[in-house]
Design a protein around this ligand. Structure first.
Ligand code: MG
Length: 380
């Protein structure tokens, strides 16, 4: 009789990073540095963001002071900028899937720890604004409680110790390279969820790289599976976006045979930055035509500045004319899959049609069809 060995070792506990993994700190870092650097006649360039993500506050400060040639010490810089951050902590949003993940593991009795390079008091303050989080973690380790922060493994080893488990029983979830490196050095399994776009290649030492917390499948690690997927779709908290239909690049109809009704992202970059790239679905209302089923992609478009995401909805109806300029309102109700690369145009088209079938069928379910009556659909 042969014995089938599991591909991955099974874990029983989860150690989570905070900034960029559970909460959307990156947007705040960008906002603050943009404003702050103007005081020194400098302009924040978003392309530097990857250099500071996951670093300790002192390391990040040193990096900015040096890169932008600011005439202060890193300590002075930190003392000037820290109050600007603490003012914003109450407004840092949970990343999509963070509440779902915490509630899921908590309800299944999976032990969780937080391990962050931030000082412990800052971690406590930041999570205090998120209902139920503090009580969900059996241990919290701050960067000021260890001799060396990530990428040193000490912080994760300390978290395992406080949970009372062996390091090999822990799954680390991390957004940054220093965090992934630290997790692997602690001999733990590591799932990377890069918080900055197009950084997944930097996390190649992770055991798995996922696009967002929505794509985590805990059963792969021997942890209880999420039970909220319905017929290949994940219900999400609904959100809205709308505006006049603009001309896109013609790729949709000409190359793919899939006519998308493009929306301008002007004024919506904040909304889009909150949502992971991927394929979603929901309802679409056109001011003079009615309400239709819709499947759409959110993602990075090489034609645009690489800090901007685009949104490309496909209204699932055969229209016999264009409707550029017509007001379009969307209510997004569910998630299907992350953005993916395809080996050929044919396989991409086949996947988009599969997305269409999944969305069309799912939208008949009461959990999604009820949102057809969302007031935003009638407010055109
Ligand atoms: Mg992080």
């Amino acid at each position: 009789m042969s014995v089938v060995k599991p591909l991955k070792k099974l874990v029983s506990c989860v150690i989570l990073d905070l900034d960029g993994t559970l909460i959307n700190t990156d947007g705040i870092v960008t906002d603050i540095l943009k404003v702050f650097l103007v005081n020194y006649g400098k302009q924040w360039d978003g392309r530097e963001a990857h250099k500071i993500v996951g670093k300790t506050p002192v390391e990040a400060a040193a990096m900015v002071v040096e890169d932008y040639d600011i005439p202060v010490t890193k300590e002075e810089f930190l003392s000037q900028i820290t109050p600007m951050f603490s003012e914003r902590w109450s407004n840092i949003k949970a990343l999509p899937g963070a509440n779902r993940l915490i509630n899921h593991f908590k309800s299944h009795g999976v032990l969780m720890a937080l391990a962050s390079n931030s000082p412990k008091s800052n971690i406590e303050k930041k999570i205090s604004y998120h209902k139920g989080w503090r009580d969900s973690f059996s241990a919290i380790v701050g960067g000021d409680e260890v001799t060396a922060g990530k990428p040193n493994p000490e912080i994760f080893l300390e978290a395992a110790k406080r949970l009372g488990v062996h390091p090999s029983s822990c799954l680390v979830i991390e957004d940054s390279l220093p965090g992934v490196t630290a997790g692997k050095a602690a001999e733990m399994d590591v799932v990377a969820v890069p918080s900055l776009p197009k950084q997944s290649h930097l996390c190649s030492s992770a055991d798995e790289v996922i696009n967002s917390l929505l794509d985590l499948h805990p059963e792969k690690w021997g942890l209880p599976a999420f039970q909220d997927w319905v017929e290949g779709t994940l219900p999400i908290e609904t959100w809205h976006i709308g505006g006049p239909v603009t001309r896109g690049f013609g790729r949709g109809s000409k190359v793919l045979g899939i006519p998308t009704a493009n929306l301008s992202t002007d004024g919506y970059s904040d909304v889009l930055s909150e949502h992971p790239s991927g394929v979603y679905f929901g309802w679409a209302a056109l001011s003079t035509r009615g309400i239709y089923k819709m499947v759409m992609s959110i993602g990075w478009n090489p034609y645009f500045n690489n800090t901007e995401k685009t949104i490309e909805p496909w209204l699932l109806h055969d229209f016999n004319e264009d409707f550029y300029g017509e007001e379009l309102h969307l209510v997004i109700v569910g998630y299907i899959r992350p953005e993916a690369n395809f080996p050929s145009l044919e396989s991409l088209i086949a996947k988009i049609h599969e997305d269409r079938r999944i969305a069309e069928k799912a939208l008949e379910l009461p959990i999604y069809s009820k949102h057809k009556g969302d007031p935003y659909m009638y407010n055109l």
